[in-house]
Write a protein that binds this ligand. Structure first.
Ligand SMILES: [Zn+2]
Length: 903
């Protein structure tokens, strides 16, 4: 992999301007209003124009466009420091890089580098586009740094370097602010109603370990991995009614892989910010509250030597003021050690968001500049501790023979992108009682970014945090299980003893390419185990090459293939396509010279997928991305589609998690949104009836997560939920953790026991709120054990057992039915412990219950995936369940003799 340092530094050092800073226009004269003024927002292109102007006239500011976003906007980086520091930026970055990898660096030399170096403060704003205030603060921050000659600013410029990304999601900033101005003076809603990132919306900051989106990749590949900043500060906004600003320290739990110096470091910078806010009379500052430091989905930097600095400022009504509906002062009114000054006013405006944001940023910058030696020295210490690590686990071994080489390739690419060094064993060796052949992949943990490798490869044991023993769980801020091998579908072994084998580091880690066999006599065979089989199916279908699947296991050429292998008739065209996919995706292809005596399927060419997407439904956005990546022929459905025969356009319709009956029928209110949003208006009762007709007439409906209840309702599916429904007030981010009602522990235990004899008693207790249902069952995002019926087409290619992702989902039992036939495809095992990684309360309730179920409904089929097997598209190991469900519906069954003809 080419490291992009050279290029970035070259661009950065182009044309150093030197004109006097007095030439810089004030933000107010440039934009025509002071950023933060009520009702006004500077548009993203104008912000860039202004920043370019500053860079052109100031010798403290460098501007560079470092890439394009998903929708083609400029992704921009500013570098701000004293002219002297900018002139030696290459050297300063070199020092950062040396300190980040202290192997072979004597301590004395490190001290010299610390003295010569400067810490880098990496700041980015508005990854969440409706959190508009921080984006407005950016021009003011840059203007102040470019023009002010106070001792405070000189200290910052001389002693630190600011890396600044004016928006981490420019596309959304454009959408939200454009919508604001388009609806100005109308009766329409001013709030942009859809995902403010093309694919992932608000989940754009849940991507920091899978690296799926362009903006994530630019941030990491072009900034984090190049400049090696000392601190990363991510500016956010939160709700309207709580504290006015959150700064670190975070509350428990923190990932134990975060180095102690970074745990204390985030508190130091956060409290320096709190101090600056207090010193300027700003009320309502909270810390050690609301947010935790656990999931890598939200925090790349803490595994790369930096504390995570999160600021969350209360929101207004976008650019309009927010006024307390009760006319009482906003937020909690009792002071406590981590909230010393309650906010005393009853309103809150954009200018205050800007002001709080600026104060926090300058508080953080001043702290970093004042303690520059300590910060660089700590940065070095964190990495030195990792490279000198000498305790179990010592390493992870990834066997080179995996069920799916495509999955193995994905896992290696993710680790490599996160700058984890991957080695290969030079000889056979034994570790932990297992014998590994030469060529096995080895990830030693004594390396600079061992923290990232460790948190991604190990099993999470989430602390059992309760309000009181036996009581309700204290909710985590995000998910609790992220074991990469489980998520992707790769076997990874933890090694608790020093490795006794020579290894060599790989420059571009990937599985060996397996040649596609030359024109077998009967068919190419793609094993069902590989997700890349769907890449091949979709690509071949698009190019009009027929594709078949074996309906049962068979042997060929001394190799056994589990049920569901893809079969492709040999031709020059199919050979070329398969070779192409194999070279980029590690698609395994075998040849069979004769047909096995098994039944099979002719796949529809192509399967036409309708993706139902309600406005602002993130699971649907992730599925758009996933379907594009795997080349499915799919369309995001419009409500107008439901007004005519759905079967004319679609073979299968997918209802993502979050799709409810009422949202489908009602949709966006037409009096609030103009015709541009017609696609998201309600389908009405007639549309609901048409969807039912579509399935009964032969179509396929696939429902995921909470949409299973919708499908059940639509088709009267014979399944019943077995888990207590958590009222939404107990959901994630439900407010301050000490606002929960107290419940007697003994009462919980009694009811829990009783519930096995009488589920009705439990339901009654929950309904009357005697019991917080989360103390009975709770799973906020974990990997749970699962068993699959691999002979069923929906589970083709799955192992007999493998974890599935489960986040506030539901499990089911099958009920008797005369007219709908049901078949369980996967279930929770009949075991005491259900969790594979993460946190789960109430294992017993899942025991032997159904998850994935297939139904025959009239002439059509429905498949319900109770847990989110596609969660944030971060679960490749279980994508096959969804993909199989989609493509099997319209496939044609073939007898062995028909399959043998491959026509
Ligand atoms: Zn946010």
């Amino acid at each position: 992999m080419v490291r992009s340092l050279g290029m970035a530094l070259f661009l950065a050092s182009l044309a150093m301007p030197s004109s006097a800073s007095e030439d810089v226009a004030s933000p107010e004269s440039f934009f025509g209003f002071e950023p933060g003024a009520d009702g006004e927002m500077a548009r993203y292109p104008a912000v860039l124009e202004y920043l370019k102007q500053i860079a052109a006239s100031s010798d403290r500011v460098l501007y560079q466009e470092i890439g394009k976003t998903t929708l083609g906007n400029d992704y921009v980086l500013l570098q701000i420091s004293s002219p002297e520091n900018l002139a030696r930026l290459d050297r300063l970055v070199e020092i950062n890089r040396r300190l980040a990898d202290p192997r072979g660096l004597p301590e004395a030399e490190a001290r010299v580098l610390v003295e010569e170096g400067r810490p880098f403060y990496f700041l980015y704003a508005t990854i969440h586009s409706t959190e508009v205030g921080n984006g407005q603060a950016i021009p003011l921050i840059v203007h102040r740094l470019a023009t002010e000659d106070s001792p405070e600013i000189r200290e910052i410029l001389d002693n630190a370097v600011l890396l600044l990304v004016p928006s981490q999601n420019p596309d959304g900033q454009v959408m939200v602010i454009d919508h604001w101005y388009q609806t100005k003076g109308t009766s329409r809603s001013r709030v942009y109603p859809d995902l403010y990132h093309k694919y992932v919306g608000h989940d754009d900051n849940r991507d920091w370990f899978m690296f799926t989106q362009k903006e994530t990749r630019l941030n990491i590949e072009k900034i984090q991995n190049v400049f090696k900043p000392t601190v990363t500060h991510d500016m956010h906004q939160m709700g309207q009614t709580g504290a006015r600003i959150f700064v670190p320290p975070f509350q428990d739990p923190y990932d134990p892989n975060v180095h102690p110096l970074l745990v204390s470091g985030q508190a130091q910078i956060g409290l320096a910010m709190a101090g600056a806010l207090a010193a300027t009379g700003k009320e309502g500052v909270t810390y050690n509250d609301l947010f935790d430091l656990y999931a890598p989905a939200r925090q790349y930097m803490v595994y790369h030597g930096q504390p995570r600095i999160l600021t969350e400022i209360a929101s207004a009504n976008l650019a309009d003021p927010y006024r307390s509906p009760t006319n009482q002062p906003l937020g909690p009114q009792e002071s406590r050690w981590n909230f010393p000054t309650p906010y005393t006013k009853t309103d809150w405006r954009l200018s205050q968001i800007v002001d709080y944001g600026m104060t926090a940023v300058f508080g953080g910058l001043s702290h970093l500049a004042k303690y520059r030696r300590e910060w660089l020295s700590n940065f070095h210490r964190v990495h030195r501790d990792w490279v000198e690590r000498d305790e179990p686990p010592y390493a992870f071994v990834i066997p080179k023979e995996q069920r799916d080489p495509h999955a193995l390739r994905q896992l290696l690419e993710i680790l490599d992108f996160g700058e984890v060094e991957i080695h290969r064993a030079q000889a056979d060796f034994s570790a932990g009682g297992t014998r590994y052949p030469a060529g096995s992949f080895v990830v030693p943990l004594n390396q600079p970014y061992g923290a990232f490798a460790k948190t991604m490869l190990e099993v999470q044991v989430y602390p059992d945090l309760r309000y009181y023993p036996g009581g309700p769980p204290i909710p985590p801020y995000d998910v609790t299980g992220h074991t990469l091998g489980y998520l992707i579908g790769v076997e990874v072994d933890r090694i608790d003893e020093p490795l006794a084998v020579t290894t060599a580091r790989m420059e571009s880690p990937a599985p060996e390419d397996r040649p596609v066999p030359r024109r077998p006599k009967w068919a190419y065979v793609i094993p069902a185990e590989t997700n890349a089989g769907f890449l091949a199916l979709n690509r071949l279908s698009k190019d009009d090459v027929p594709v078949f699947r074996a309906g049962a296991a068979f042997e060929s050429g001394g190799r056994s293939f589990p049920p569901g292998a893809f079969l492709v008739p040999p031709s020059a065209k199919s050979q070329k396509i398969l070779e192409e996919i194999a070279s980029t995706s590690s698609l395994p292809v075998f040849g069979a010279d004769s047909a096995p005596p098994v039944e099979g399927f002719r796949m529809k060419r192509p399967t036409r997928v309708g993706l139902y997407k309600a406005a602002n439904n993130m699971p649907a956005g992730w599925l758009m991305w996933l379907f594009e990546n795997y080349g499915f022929q799919h369309e995001v459905m419009s409500s107008a589609d439901f007004a005519s025969d759905l079967s004319k356009s679609y073979d299968v319709i997918v209802l993502p998690s979050g799709t409810t009956k009422s949202r489908m029928i009602q949709g966006l209110p037409p009096d609030q949104y103009d015709d541009k949003w017609r696609w998201a208006f309600g389908i009405g009762d007639a549309g609901w009836a048409e969807l039912k007709r579509f399935v009964q007439g032969g179509g396929t409906l696939v429902a995921i997560g909470s949409a299973v209840a919708t499908a059940r309702d639509l088709l009267s599916l014979p399944i019943a939920p077995v888990l207590p429904e958590a009222p939404s007030r107990f959901g994630r981010g439900a407010g301050r953790r000490d606002e929960r009602p107290p419940v007697q522990a003994a009462e919980v235990e009694r009811l829990f026991k009783e519930s096995f004899q009488s589920p009705a008693a439990l339901v009654k207790a929950i309904e009357s709120r005697v019991v917080d249902p989360t103390s009975i069952f709770y799973c906020p995002g974990s990997l749970l054990k699962q068993e699959f019926d691999v002979a069923h087409p929906v589970a083709f290619g799955m192992p007999g057992s493998w974890p599935v992702f489960f986040a506030f989902d539901q499990a089911y039992r099958i009920e008797p039915s005369f007219d709908v036939q049901a078949r369980v495809v996967s279930r929770y095992p009949d075991e005491e412990k259900q969790v594979a990684s993460g946190w789960l309360l109430g294992d017993e309730l899942l025991r032997d219950q159904a998850n994935v179920v297939w139904f025959q409904v009239g002439k059509g089929t429905a498949v319900t995936l109770g847990s989110q097997v596609d969660f944030r598209s971060q679960t490749p190991a279980t994508f096959k369940l969804l993909f199989n469900a989609m493509v099997q519906g319209p496939a044609t069954k073939l007898a062995p003799a028909e399959l043998a003809r491959l026509r």
